[in-house]
Design a protein around this ligand. Structure first.
Ligand SMILES: [Zn+2]
Length: 236
């Protein structure tokens, strides 16, 4: 068995005790934290507050940002806090719902100005899944940012690239937190893109193949997200 890092052990025990339910959560007491009662009073769900508090504290490694920028990726948020501030400012709602399409982990509804997380993760006790929900929130908030209800291969690349950077930041903070999770949002979601973007292959052939499979029906780019080299390769 892999040893649990002290930080993660500490967090796990906090979650097990459900301190999050209390008005003065540990996140609320930190200067950078969110005061959920004041800032986001409509959020009641413990899993969503945990996910938001985790992304709010997440800083991205500058060298990881540089790495994906060199692949033509343009991050919509440079830190987790930027994303949480945006959600608050734009009054974006978050809730669990049945996805429009089977197998979708999360989606942003332009009409409802809401980020919906697949209902099957409601009430999860798996901390790795809560972090993955945080990453899904980062991604979907990216879609909310351009206010057009459309997507393109480059737009998806930008947000998945940010997911890869965020995922590395969580691993740096919590060690092997994701390695034993079999939940699709982790194993077939956030963990995959970290490997694909940071693949030692300079041509990123596996990333291109995955993008073709998942997003090949989208246009290569759009007005706000002009296609880079990888997006163009996906459509070839
Ligand atoms: Zn997307």
């Amino acid at each position: 068995m892999t040893p649990i890092s002290p930080v993660y052990a500490n967090i796990s025990s906090t979650i097990a005790k459900y301190n999050w339910k209390q008005p003065q959560s540990s996140a609320a007491q930190k200067p950078n934290g969110i005061d959920f009662q004041k800032d986001l009073p409509w959020i009641r769900d413990n899993v969503l507050t945990t996910a938001l508090a985790e992304i709010n504290e997440l800083t991205f490694e500058p060298s990881d940002i540089k790495y994906v920028e060199n692949l033509g990726i343009n991050l919509p948020f440079k830190s987790g806090k930027e994303c949480v501030d945006f959600i608050e400012k734009e009054n974006i709602r978050l809730y669990f719902a049945k996805p429009f399409e089977k197998g979708v982990h999360a989606q942003y509804s332009f009409d409802r100005n809401a980020i919906m997380i697949n209902k099957k993760y409601q009430n999860t006790k798996d901390f790795a899944v809560m972090l993955a929900i945080g990453e899904a929130i980062l991604h979907e908030a990216g879609h909310a940012k351009d206010k057009d209800g459309q997507s393109s291969v480059q737009e998806e690349l930008n947000f998945l690239g940010m997911n890869a950077v965020a995922h590395r930041a969580f691993i740096k903070k919590y060690g092997k937190v994701f390695s034993n999770s079999t939940a699709p949002i982790v194993a077939d979601g956030v963990s995959i893109y970290e490997k694909l973007f940071f693949d030692p292959d300079p041509d990123k052939k596996r990333l291109i193949a995955r993008m073709k499979e998942k997003y090949g029906d989208l246009p290569p780019g759009d007005r706000l997200h002009p296609p880079g080299k990888i997006a163009r390769a996906v459509l070839q």
